[in-house]
Design a binder for this molecule. Sequence first.
Ligand code: ADP
Ligand code: MG
Length: 249
Amino acid sequence: MANQKGGVAKTTSVASLGAAFAEQGKRVLLVDLDAQACLTFSLGVDPDEVESSVNEVLLGRAGIADVRVSCDDGVDLVPSVIDLAGAEAQLLPRPGREYVLRTALEDVRSEYDVILLDCSPSLGVLTLNALTASQGLIIPMPCEMLSHRGVGQLLDTVTDVQKILNKDLVVLGILPTMFDGRSNHAQEVLADVGERYGLPVLSPPIPKTVRFAEAPAVGRSILSTSRTSKGATAYREVAAALTKRLAKL
Ligand code: ADP
Ligand code: MG
């Protein structure tokens, strides 16, 4: 899940789709690659009390199996910590720095049906690690955004990654988020966005609802705090569609 813009619902989508895949009986691993540690926090893990994190994994001091924790939503989490920004700086001079996460995930890949990576709002070395480790990219995008220029830049990066680092990377599509069906503008953005970038648009769009703001405070995703809300239902439907799509990768 990547988009270098902040606040587009990357973290919310990783937590919610992760819970939806777990409801389907899948074995799910979520990886928090953001130094803000919002995913870690929202799954009920205090980033300040984490002993070892994705930081140690990226620096080669621990394996994923050493740092992962099980969460109430039925998913495993590789937590983040605030000093992840330091890991990014330490990775930079290393040869093969873009392959560190991919290599670390190899050890646990067979234990999971789905692994979701929550990227930070940047196109830096951690996001390159995520794109290098992934089979598929989902780009969450609010339907109300006037400027999509950042998406062009992200897609340029994807093209570079496909050429140099990970030729198998597939752009699964844009995930429209924070969709207000009553707004004409949102309807227009939704109709236009896939064509503009030549990308699939995942369906259904995720509706805008205050339920999402409430869920992280209790350390569980909207799928368990607000089981029948339209936001939870939409994420379940997107997860079901993705299950079919991923089977063809
Ligand atoms: P990112 O990870 O891209 O920075 P977040 O997932 O943290 O974005 O979401 C940013 C904010 O938007 C959060 O406060 C979150 O609760 C809120 N949010 C996410 N999805 C929705 C939605 N569908 N409706 C309303 N608010 C949402
Ligand atoms: Mg985030």
